[in-house]
Design a protein around this ligand. Structure first.
Ligand code: DAH
Length: 345
């Protein structure tokens, strides 16, 4: 009996290791351990043994059964692994290769210019500050010296919202200048700040007018600030956008929140004799600015006898258009991928 059990164990394990597929292994298993299998047949012979031989033979039969079961389980595992490897190589797949690329977005041209200017001005000690796009009438107009009946409101037509509280009427801000007031109220003086952001106007849209566009405000308030400081900041701004110094000139300009007010023009970066961009004049109007009006300083709780400052407004959308040669501002907010995909990250 003992010999037959040991032979079954040895031959059984050999048969398991020779099974090359899950089906073949199952057949071997049934043959060895099934209800009518070889082990069962041997166990039937146990009854014929003497009472003295039976316990040792029974114990051995159990051990053989366990050894065969374990061999079958291990065989099943290694067959499964081999099958998986086979499957992967069968479809020509190499699991060590990197995955396929996910499409990724780019940086919008306005944001690209804004980020560069933020870096540049941060490096000169300016704070980058933000304000709400839905603004109070006071911040957008009155505190900037543009009272209700002022003609300057004409060019700042916008969408108004009902008064929902104590802050007065609300509107979609028409410029980034209200951030001047907010920043001064929050930080006081001395202050250096730039405020990039989205602004809105009621406009008849065409290639150079859009109802939604971007500006960047600059404001410096301290003791003894004058026009030369303003010129330096404006020229740095242009150098940041165009990557080189442009020849500039100042003309008088009127904005209710600065006194005196200026328009800064730059020599056309695209031509020497006049082109479509500069409308043949070789100068392009780039940036308004001026010395902060005492009314604005007072609105922010500062004494105009002690503090002075300059402010400028940069048309970010316009700068991005000039820099990248974009001829129609309506592309900017169009969300059209054919346009956006031309500006990789
Ligand atoms: N906020 C003005 C506008 O959108 C632009 C502007 C003019 C800003 C003069 C300034 C400034 O800071 O000093 O029309």
């Amino acid at each position: 009996m003992r010999d037959r059990l040991e032979a079954l164990c040895r031959d059984g394990i050999a048969a398991v290791s020779e099974a090359k597929s899950a089906d073949a292994l199952q057949e071997v298993e049934i043959h060895l351990l099934g209800r009518n299998g070889a082990l069962t047949a041997l166990l039937k012979g146990l009854g014929k043994l003497s009472a003295a031989e039976r316990p040792a033979a029974g114990k051995l039969a159990n051990e053989v059964k366990q050894a065969l079961q374990q061999a079958v389980e291990e065989g099943r595992c290694s067959l499964a692994q081999a099958e998986l490897a086979q499957d992967l190589s069968g479809v020509g797949m190499d699991p060590t290769l990197p995955g396929s690329d996910l499409p990724s977005g780019g940086v919008h041209p306005v944001m690209a210019v804004a980020r560069e200017l933020e870096d540049l001005f941060s490096s000169m000690g300016y704070v980058v500050w933000d304000g709400p796009e839905i603004e109070t009438e006071a911040h957008n107009f009155d505190d900037l010296n543009i009272p209700t009946d002022h003609p300057a409101r004409e060019s700042h037509d916008t969408i108004w919202m009902q008064d929902h509280g104590t802050s007065g009427r609300l509107c979609l801000r028409t410029h980034t200048s209200p951030v001047q007031i907010r920043a001064l109220q929050k930080f006081g003086a001395p202050l250096r700040v730039i405020a990039p952001g989205r602004v809105f106007r009621q406009e008849a849209q065409d290639a150079t007018h859009e109802h939604t566009f971007h500006q960047m405000e600059g404001l410096v308030v301290d003791k003894g600030i004058g026009v030369p400081h303003m010129l330096h900041a404006m020229n740095s701004m242009l150098e940041g956008v165009f990557g080189r110094q442009l020849e500039t000139r100042l003309r008088p300009g009127f904005f209710p929140f600065v006194e005196p007010g200026f328009e800064l023009d730059a020599r056309c970066p695209f031509c020497k004799e006049g082109c479509k961009v500069c409308k043949g004049s070789t100068w392009i109007e780039l940036m308004p600015g001026g010395l902060v009006h005492p009314h604005v300083l007072l609105s922010a709780g500062l004494d105009p006898q002690v503090y002075s400052g300059f402010a400028f407004g940069l048309g970010l959308s316009r700068m991005a258009m000039l820099r990248y040669g974009i001829h129609d501002i309506r592309w900017m907010m169009s969300g059209d991928l054919r346009f956006l995909e031309q500006f990789p990250a």
